[in-house]
Design a protein around this ligand. Structure first.
Ligand SMILES: [Ca+2]
Ligand SMILES: [Ca+2]
Length: 253
């Protein structure tokens, strides 16, 4: 019976906590259907007790497996909170680092920013400067936030684990989430300058960005500028020429 119960539990969608009560009823019904009818002879009471004990044991075992299946079914998601050293209160900090990427003057280099850890590990290496390499530089804000002076300061990041969520998505031009989604953080969409050599990625930087203290130097490695709309090929309205775009990072179960 137990293998059948395992199958039952895995097939049954047990992701949500609220569904566990329903699952319990399904298991009870299933066990009841599996029991042979009790004969009304002089051993009837003993048989009932025996069956009752067997059902209790099976139910406990089923509930244990249900909890296990629920734990497996519930997903966690990981995302990077750009421009912050910490995670939102409901998320778990995996690590707090600083942003790196290609230099803004380098064409053909890698485009995505990296959230580099403060405690790097190494494989095999040599410390001489090799010619044929990709390169990683530090990142700086090349813009001021609407909320604080951050220009030329280095950019922190936090890798965050959100429990009980199965998907996370960045929504450009939104600061709130659509129905059924939960806000992880909101901010402003940033990217490199359109006329610089290096390609970059649109990145959602936290609304009130942190800086790495003591990092105010104009090195122009990987750069973050506000992103604003240009009408024409972009549909206006709803977009507005020259207006900076926001962003929201949202998750759902
Ligand atoms: Ca700069
Ligand atoms: Ca503007």
């Amino acid at each position: 019976m137990i293998p059948i119960l395992i199958l039952l539990l895995l097939v049954y969608d047990s992701r949500a906590e609220t569904e566990s009560k329903g699952s319990k009823n399904v298991i009870h019904d299933y066990i009841r259907e599996q029991q042979p009818p009790v004969q009304a002879d002089h051993h009837g009471e003993a048989q009932k007790r025996q069956l009752g004990n067997a059902m209790l044991h099976d139910t406990e075992e089923a509930m244990r497996l249900l909890k296990l299946a629920t734990r497996i079914a519930i997903k966690n998601v990981v995302y990077t909170r750009w421009g912050k050293k910490t995670c939102p209160s409901k998320a778990e900090l995996v690590h707090s680092g600083f942003v790196g990427g290609s230099h803004s003057y380098h064409s053909g280099a890698a485009v995505e920013p990296l959230c580099l850890p403060r405690d790097p590990e190494w494989g095999l290496y040599n410390n001489k400067v090799d010619r044929y390499r990709g390169l990683v530089y530090g990142a700086e804000y090349e813009t001021n936030s609407f909320f604080r002076h951050i220009s030329n300061h280095d950019v922190p990041c936090a890798v965050c684990l959100s429990h009980g969520r199965s998907v996370v998505e960045v929504f450009p031009a939104r600061k709130t989430c659509y129905k059924g989604w939960n806000l992880e953080y909101s901010g402003y969409l940033m990217a490199g300058h359109w006329d610089y050599h290096a390609g970059t990625k649109y990145t959602c930087v936290d609304k009130i960005p942190d800086i790495i203290y003591g990092s105010h130097s104009n090195k122009n490695g990987y750069l973050f500028h506000h992103v604003e709309a240009r009408c024409g090929s972009l549909k206006c309205p709803p977009y507005v020429h020259g207006r900076e775009l926001v962003c929201a990072v949202c998750s759902r179960a």
